[in-house]
Ligand binder design. Structure first.
Ligand code: 26V
Length: 841
């Protein structure tokens, strides 16, 4: 068969063209003379897929042959973004592809735009998972991702009359050429039913989980090529399908249609991503999704383990490391126990030892309302065997704690997996920590908060048993391949030119070599030209999406992230109003001297998040007033950019001069867009929160416009406010007044009421720091926010200085490559080593 296979030169433009023509005709049933751009994109995708598949298969064979330890990343979300450009870059096919398509009279860039943006994630956590996959492949680590193949990804956001409207995102449409359906790889996943006891074939006492319903999990493989390596890893996503058996009794009965209907329902399981990344809701379908993908993934990885000749269970931790991305996959703790004990007949104690050596847990949020807790009643119905297992684990755990701390120590109720109350619940965070070998936060400050505030009793326990390093820090990163090289080819070219090679793309420490040019006037002019190019693309994008003309000489100020009160988009727009008021006060001559600014804000609000939606409306309305005010519109523009997503980020981030990362200190676990902006030569306006702190350490204090209170001051400020001391800056009073006057309400009574409700709540002084008041201390941080913005304008006025800072910051970002992050995970947590596939084997 091998001899019969078409041999082609993967890097040769002509063979790319041939393969393209073949796919157009024979895979897509188009003719060479009659096809659309979308067909062309699809055919080009299939050309790539051939190459990806080959590399994926060979890499898998190689890992198997070498019998290496594998890492498995379990995540309910992957915000992968478009494949094509990234795959071409990572497969080192940029030149031949460009040539091939120019030869066919097509621009590659145009093809890229045909691709739907797969948005199988909400925000930071899902995007981090996608960057991790890129780095795992690039580092030649034998690591796979497992997740859910949602038919509907993150909703598309439309803005109608300034308000968010959610539209379904059926991204899969006519199929994605980059995924490989694997009807041969399926696993049954049981839900509901009951537990009985009986004897197995050998007459041993055993537990049976029977009845209920069975859904099939079918694999869809998404090849993840590494950069500058022959390794291609896999992201395996599970789709729910009806089980293969068909109830024959139903077939003849009148219930036939009902039976088909109930089978169809199985597919609902992987139908839609829950578009919420802030508050946990006890939605049963979501728990089903979590168990569904966890069970299929663990079955798959255990099958791979036992396929090895003469396997021994005791070797499992030498061959398998699992990372649980937040609490979403933590039912894995109980499922691993079930598979080992009930299915593989491993003894309980050994199974627990193996489980706790293989599993690890990453926490991504300090918001207590996001920590998942499932009602015991729900688990009991859906996963009766798992409830038993969790109960048994908890019993042993509590006994151990009682021995250590005495029977009635308050530590015990805090550490128990079960939360007592009217509705008894299972705390998934506690289950994860108990079942994990390592627990990690995602930035230095966040890991400290986990120890001191989120899970203090656990940390104390770890210290008491001599394992304080069970909780470790793994500062986040981003992949420079997508976020510099693909998003900003002009910048990538500058780096490669000045450094003499593209090695920086796999070793970001090489960028330090740029520092010696930071005052070089030639580099300055190339750097500014690069920014201009990016701004021109941004201007076209904003024109298309917002129908707004922006001045490309203006300072571009961007805040793009999920809309959440803790991220303080509200503070940003209040500042814009203040800036507008200041401009209005000035004479035309004075205005001439002010710095022009374009403020762009984008992000999605969870559909039930009322305040977040009002904030969107406020931003839109402020834009409508400011942008058409002839006195000021030359100097200040503001727009809400609809449908923020990965592909929008790739256009917006490279064009920024400054970006806003302004969460209340202690609330943003890390943030990752902050890293992308700085890598692209943008400077940060930010608080001492999340990864901002570490970026500042790396890049230098002068590159960042820091403001606001520190994490340790928050409680004190809230306490003072309660006793009546919470002054409101007069400039902010003026902003509140304008809002209350209805200056931004367009005569819409509903909007007026909503905007006033936002302001009133902030002004409920005694409730500052609580949900009824200024929970996130907008009022208290506002004056220093104004100061920081003034420093921005002053610094920007000196173009050479700005350019120097921009180069300095971008060149100091080595730490924030996910290559560094993933190396740390691999070394400290997983014990997984690179397995570099040689080209010929
Ligand atoms: C939480 C929940 C809560 C229950 C409802 C569904 C749902 C879905 C997703 C999440 C995760 C939110 C956590 C998250 O995205 N955290 C972000 O993680 C980033 C990567 O570590 C980090 O940079 C951000 O600071 C953090 O907010």
């Amino acid at each position: 068969l091998w001899k019969l296979m078409d041999t082609y030169e993967p890097n040769d433009p002509e063979s790319i063209q041939k393969s393209f023509a073949r796919h157009l005709e024979y895979s897509l049933a188009c003719t060479r003379f009659n096809f659309t751009m979308e067909d062309a994109y699809r055919a080009a995708g299939l050309v790539l897929r051939d190459r990806l598949l080959e590399s994926l298969n060979d890499t898998n064979d190689y890992y198997r042959k070498m019998d290496v330890k594998r890492g498995y990343y379990l995540s309910a979300e992957y915000l992968i973004g478009r494949h094509m450009q990234n795959a071409i870059a990572n497969l080192d096919l940029e030149q031949p592809f460009k040539e091939a398509f120019i030869g066919l009279g097509m621009e590659l860039e145009e093809l890229f735009h045909e691709e739907a943006d797969p948005a199988l994630g909400n925000g930071g956590l899902g995007r981090l998972a996608a960057c991790f996959l890129d780095s795992m492949a690039t580092l030649s680590l034998p690591c796979w991702g497992y997740g859910i193949r949602y038919s509907y990804g993150m909703f598309k956001q439309e803005i109608q009359n300034g308000r968010q409207v959610e539209c379904p995102d059926f991204w899969i449409g006519d199929g994605c050429p980059f995924e490989i359906p694997r009807p041969d790889i399926t696993y049954p996943v049981r839900l509901y039913g009951e537990v009985t006891h009986g004897e197995d074939e050998k007459g041993n006492w055993c537990v049976n989980w029977v009845g209920g319903e069975i859904v099939q999990a079918m694999a869809y493989d998404n090849p993840i090529p590494g950069f500058d390596t022959y390794n291609t890893n896999n992201l395996r996503l599970w789709r729910a399908c009806p089980s293969k058996e068909f109830d024959l009794d139903m077939f003849s009965a009148a219930a036939y249609a009902d039976s088909v209907e109930s089978r169809r329902k199985a597919e609902d399981l992987s139908a839609v991503l829950y578009p919420n990344d802030a508050t946990y809701e006890g939605k049963e379908l979501r728990l089903r999704q979590q168990y569904f993908f966890v069970s299929a993934s663990l079955q798959d990885l255990l099958r791979d383990f036992i396929k090895r000749p003469n396997y021994k269970w005791s070797e499992l931790p030498e061959k398998v490391a699992v990372q649980m991305n937040d609490t979403h996959p933590t039912i894995a703790v109980a499922e691993m126990m079930r598979l080992l004990v009930d299915v593989m007949h491993v003894h309980w104690e050994e199974a627990w030892d193996l489980t706790t050596k293989c599993l690890n847990y990453t926490n991504h949020t300090v918001m207590p309302e996001a920590l998942e807790k499932w009602p015991v009643e729900m688990i009991e119905r859906m996963l009766p065997r798992h409830l038993q297992i969790i109960g048994e684990l908890n019993l042993r755990w509590i006994k151990d704690l009682q021995k250590k701390y005495g029977d009635h120590s308050p530590v015990i109720s805090a550490l128990s997996i079960f939360e007592e109350g009217d509705i008894k619940k299972i705390r998934m965070g506690n289950l994860a920590i108990m079942g994990a070998n390592k627990v990690n936060g995602v930035a230095a400050i966040h890991t400290e908060i986990i120890k001191k505030e989120t899970f203090p009793e656990f940390y104390k326990y770890c210290c008491d048993i001599g394992k304080p390093d069970k909780i470790v820090n793994m500062t986040n990163g981003v992949t420079p391949r997508r976020w510099v090289h693909c998003a900003n080819p002009a910048l990538s070219a500058i780096f490669t030119k000045y450094l003499g090679s593209h090695e920086w793309l796999t070793d970001m420490t090489k960028l330090k070599g740029m520092l010696k040019f930071k005052e070089d006037s030639k580099l300055h002019s190339e750097w500014m030209e690069m920014k201009r190019e990016c701004k021109a693309k941004l201007a076209a994008f904003v024109k298309e999406k917002c129908d707004l003309d922006i001045d490309q000489d203006a300072l571009i100020d961007i805040q793009i992230k999920r809309i959440h009160e803790y991220k303080r988009q509200l503070m940003n727009i209040l500042y814009v109003i203040h800036r507008y008021q200041e401009l209005k006060k000035k004479s035309p001559g004075e205005r001439e001297k002010t710095q022009k600014r374009v403020v762009l804000i984008g992000g999605k609000a969870a559909s039930a998040y009322v305040n977040a939606k009002i904030i969107i409306k406020l931003i839109s309305n402020v834009g409508k007033v400011i942008n058409k005010d002839p006195d000021t519109s030359k100097y200040l523009k503001v727009a809400f950019v609809p449908n923020y997503c990965v592909s929008a980020a790739q256009v917006m981030i490279p064009a920024s001069d400054i970006s806003e990362h302004i969460s209340t200190a202690g609330t943003e676990a890390s943030g990752t867009s902050n890293m992308k902006f700085v890598m692209n030569g943008g400077l940060i306006v930010g608080t001492m929160d999340g990864a901002n702190i570490e970026i500042r350490e790396e890049c230098g204090e002068d590159t960042m416009f820091i403001f606001g209170c520190l994490e340790h001051q928050v409680a004190d400020i809230a306490a003072k406010a309660k006793s009546g001391h919470y002054p409101i800056d007069s400039r902010l009073q003026a902003v509140f007044q304008a809002i209350r006057n209805g200056d931004f309400s367009h005569g819409e009574p509903e909007a007026q009421a909503e905007f006033c409700s936002l302001v009133d709540r902030l002004c409920n002084i005694q409730a500052a720091g609580t949900w009824d008041g200024d929970k996130y201390l907008v009022i208290s941080d506002f004056p220093s926010f104004i100061d920081a913005q003034a420093r921005v304008d002053a610094t920007y006025a000196d173009k050479a200085k700005w350019c120097k800072l921009s180069i300095q910051a971008a060149s100091s970002m080595a730490k924030f490559s996910t290559d560094r992050t993933i190396k740390e995970y691999a070394e400290v947590i997983w014990g997984v080593k690179p397995a570099v596939r040689p080209l010929e084997d």
